[in-house]
Design a protein around this ligand. Structure first.
Ligand SMILES: Nc1ncnc2c1ncn2[C@@H]1O[C@H](COP(=O)(O)OS(=O)(=O)O)[C@@H](OP(=O)(O)O)[C@H]1O
Ligand SMILES: [Mg+2]
Length: 353
């Protein structure tokens, strides 16, 4: 299977949804950043999920979708619903041909709610199932830092197509990582990148703002000649992965550079294009199960760029079980040649806890 139509639809759908999230940020989040207002995330999440699922259903009506959101709360909240509808209805790709590929705009408020609700698949090992995170890295989104619009197609439990829209990452694959995290990136020039991968066909990046279907350029993980010089990425949120364990692992590997903290699957994209080397995500909670939509696109993009992605025990991430990665604990992503070295140290550090 070449999955060329799936790739095209996924790229354009992510592109269109990314435009919506940027609008939400500028209309809503920018003014509320200092307050603890989560409404921009709600609006952006629902709106982006509606736009993406509508495009999937118009092109592949029999496919299922595992989406993070469901619309029941929206059906009773007319004000919020209309606010979201205004954004969804007003967000088109500038390229009319590309918009046609997506099946055009959503027809009505009801169709929008139905599209959101169609993200209710339980996942599993059979058939064609899309995993969707409309705004991954919600904290990053609110901070004006890194977030990602994530869409992946799984066939019989294996990821075959993965797309990540990262509106606040630099377009330039060679841009240094440390300049991209932390502060407000939203109005900076040269930002917005779309990562894609198809199983067996490699990984690419291209500007997120490019109209239509420009071909991307190939991306590859950087060769790590000396692991002590490697750059590792981790979550900003200490509640999402263990900064302490990750620091201990880096120390044991004699890595001297400080970690690069970044929200969302932008971490996977960043190491896939060689801007960083290693992504460590070690569990803080013994009971938390990672969600498939937080990893499916990134897992494929890194592997297609020459990387290896496993959990902290060395098992491949298993997307075939349901909505969560219930058979895995943590994530260790690194270039193939050094992955086993990193994994050994991960196991050593975790065994001493
Ligand atoms: N306890 C715990 N452990 C591990 N992971 C968790 C946990 N709680 C939440 N999450 C998920 O982490 C997703 C984002 O991870 P990041 O590392 O990018 O952090 S951040 O949320 O962007 O700050 C985040 O995705 P979003 O909700 O889309 O931001 C969550 O699904
Ligand atoms: Mg997420």
């Amino acid at each position: 299977m070449s999955y060329s139509k799936e790739l095209k639809v996924a790229q354009l759908a992510v592109q269109r949804a990314s435009i919506l999230t940027k609008k939400v940020f500028h209309e809503k989040a920018k003014g509320t950043l200092s307050k603890d207002d989560k409404s921009p995330v709600t609006i952006g999440d629902f709106g982006a999920q509606a736009l993406i699922i509508a495009a999937i259903k118009k092109n592949f009506p029999d496919d299922q979708v595992v989406g993070e959101e469901e619309a029941s709360s929206l059906r009773d909240d007319v004000k919020l619903r209309d606010q979201i509808w205004g954004l969804v209805d007003g967000t088109r790709l500038s390229d009319a041909e590309a918009e046609k590929v997506l099946g055009g705009p959503i027809e009505s408020v009801e169709a929008m709610l139905d599209a959101i609700d169609a993200g209710n698949s339980a996942g599993g090992a059979k058939g064609r199932i899309w995993a969707l995170d409309p705004i991954d890295g919600t904290k990053g989104f609110l901070r004006g830092g890194q977030y990602a619009v994530c869409l992946a197609l799984m066939v019989d439990g294996d990821v075959k197509v993965g797309v990540l829209g990262c509106p606040n990452l630099p377009i330039d694959d060679a841009a240094p990582l440390d300049a991209t995290s932390g502060v407000d990136q939203t109005d900076a020039e040269g930002k917005g990148v779309l990562f894609s991968a198809v199983y067996g066909q490699g990984a690419t990046s291209r500007p997120l703002s490019v109209a239509g279907l420009a071909k991307g350029q190939s991306i590859h993980m950087k060769e790590v000649k000396d692991i002590t010089q490697a750059t590792f990425c981790e979550s900003v949120e200490a509640g999402h992965s263990s900064h302490g364990d990750q620091h201990a692992i880096a120390t044991k590997l004699n890595i001297s550079k400080p970690s690069v903290r970044m929200d969302s699957q932008a971490k996977y994209g960043s190491i896939a294009r060689g801007a960083g080397d290693i992504y460590l995500r070690l569990p803080v909670s013994a009971t938390y199960q990672e969600k498939i939509w937080d990893h499916a696109s990134g897992d494929l993009i890194v592997r297609e760029a020459g990387g290896e992605v496993t959990d902290s025990l060395g098992k491949r991430l298993d997307f075939s079980i349901g909505r969560t990665l219930s058979a895995n604990k943590g994530v260790v992503a690194a270039p193939k040649a050094v992955h086993s070295t990193v994994l050994e140290v991960v196991k050593e550090v975790l065994s001493k806890k």
